[in-house]
Design a protein around this ligand. Structure first.
Ligand code: PLP
Length: 428
């Protein structure tokens, strides 16, 4: 019997009268896959329930934060407890220090940490600090990587590798992106060539060390190491945007997994345990540039919010308490990947690092934005809708990563594969 979505449809129509596109963040609108978005009532463990009472096995995990699963009892209890004592003070409270210490324990590359309220804010601020330190305006980023929606990082590639980036959004004047260079992901030669020509103007390289915002694209062997070496040679500040991969691929994220130490790290998503919290930090010499110690201004009324800090801190404590967590996630990931590949027989590619994965509807390796764009997005949309109907909530776009959590168990993956066999066999 097909699921009923009448309440979701009514609410999303009402939402459209009050919120642009009916949503508070664009990908939630299901534009890439068609149909009405489902409206969510609640979530628990690896399951999410819509307002019509349909329950789905969730592979979005709020786009990454919910590594412990939804509504983890310890996190909820800690948040409820702390909320009774006031929601915000605008002054330092003890748990902020505890969270900074915990972050540094997971990420030894960070000597000083600043807490902020979103990944966008953290990336924007980290780049400002890095530029303030380097005293050169140029920033290299990579096509298809997302570092939040601050103006200078909303840039797409210009017409040639040597040309300046163009704004990737209306409302961003070209004068704001004029110091941003956008190069193809995994292309070290392009970085070398740009530095040979414009090295004197460039101070910062920012990258998703495992790309998750064009679908899941791992760094090719030697790419991150090569970037590190180029940054050392040219005295550039290397910023790892680990907002998505931090605490997810390993305790200390991509830098731990690949053994590359950046100068600065940006964290978000998991570090807030589902609340609006993010962080940036790095080497002491860099972070001493931040106000009030140094000349780089950055501030926030709700920064280090006690409720958000408690959600983040409790999440990190739970990660600490489960030494087998990353093994569990890797095993589930392997089960899912092997199963899907067997069903696909080459009619699509599963790319995965640990608990992050994307099924790309293409037969070639996806190594950068250009190869990601070869995917058959219509086929993805049919797959998405078929799986939703079967009770599985996937990211509603080909160009997003899906997530596993501690709450997923082998039987959930088994059910997912069973449904995928039917959906991929019958409709695609
Ligand atoms: C989600 C994300 C951001 C932006 O974080 P928000 O909290 O949505 O502002 C930045 N960088 C990466 C890599 C992300 O995945």
């Amino acid at each position: 019997m097909p699921a009923i979505h009448s309440h979701s449809e009514r609410l999303s129509a009402e939402a459209e009268e009050h919120l642009p596109g009916g949503v508070n963040s664009p990908v939630r609108a299901f534009r890439a896959v068609g149909g009405h978005p489902i409206v969510i009532q609640s979530a628990r463990g690896c399951e999410i329930t819509d307002v019509d009472g349909n329950t789905y096995i969730d592979f979005v995990g709020s786009w990454g934060p919910m590594i412990l699963g939804h509504a983890h009892p310890k996190v909820i209890a800690a948040v409820q407890e702390v909320a009774q004592h006031g929601l915000s003070f605008g002054a330092t409270s003890p748990r902020e220090i505890e969270l900074a210490k915990a972050i540094k324990r997971f990420y030894p590359s960070m000597d000083l940490v600043r807490l902020v309220s979103s990944g966008t804010e953290a990336c924007m601020s980290a780049v400002r600090v890095a530029r303030g330190y380097a005293e050169k305006p140029g920033v290299i980023k990579f096509e298809g990587c997302y570092h939040g929606h601050s103006d200078c990082l909303l840039a797409k590639a210009g017409s040639g590798a040597m040309t300046l980036a163009l704004p990737d959004s209306a409302g961003v004047p070209p004068s704001v992106t004029q110091h941003t260079y956008t190069l193809p992901y995994n292309d070290l030669e392009a970085v070398k060539a740009l530095l040979a020509e414009k090295g004197g103007e460039i101070g910062v390289v920012v990258i998703e060390p495992v790309a998750g915002n064009m679908g899941l694209i791992p760094p090719q062997p030697g790419f991150l190491q090569g970037l590190r070496e180029l940054c050392d040679q040219h005295k550039l500040v290397l910023v790892f945007d680990e907002v998505m991969v931090g605490f997810r691929l390993a305790r200390n994220g991509a830098q731990g997994l690949y053994g590359i130490t950046p100068d600065m790290t940006v964290l978000g998503k998991i570090v807030g345990g589902g609340m609006p919290l993010a962080a940036y930090g790095g080497k002491k010499a860099l972070m001493e540039k931040v106000a009030p110690l140094g000349p780089v201004y950055q501030a926030g009324t709700l920064s280090g919010n006690p409720v958000a800090v408690t959600a983040g801190l409790t999440t990190l404590e739970q990660i600490d308490a489960r030494p087998e967590l990353y093994d569990h996630l890797e095993k589930l990931g392997q089960q899912l990947q092997t199963g899907l590949e067997e069903i696909l027989q080459g009619r699509g590619r599963v790319q995965r690092v640990g608990s992050m994965w994307t099924l790309f509807f293409t037969d070639r390796p996806v190594v950068d934005y250009a190869s990601a764009k070869t995917c058959d997005t219509e086929r993805f949309a049919r797959f998405f809708r078929g799986m939703l109907e079967a009770g599985f909530y996937l990211p509603p776009s080909q160009f997003e990563a899906a997530f596993l959590s501690a709450a997923h168990q082998p039987e959930h993956i088994e059910k997912f594969l069973e449904a995928a066999r039917t959906v991929l066999g019958a409709r695609l």
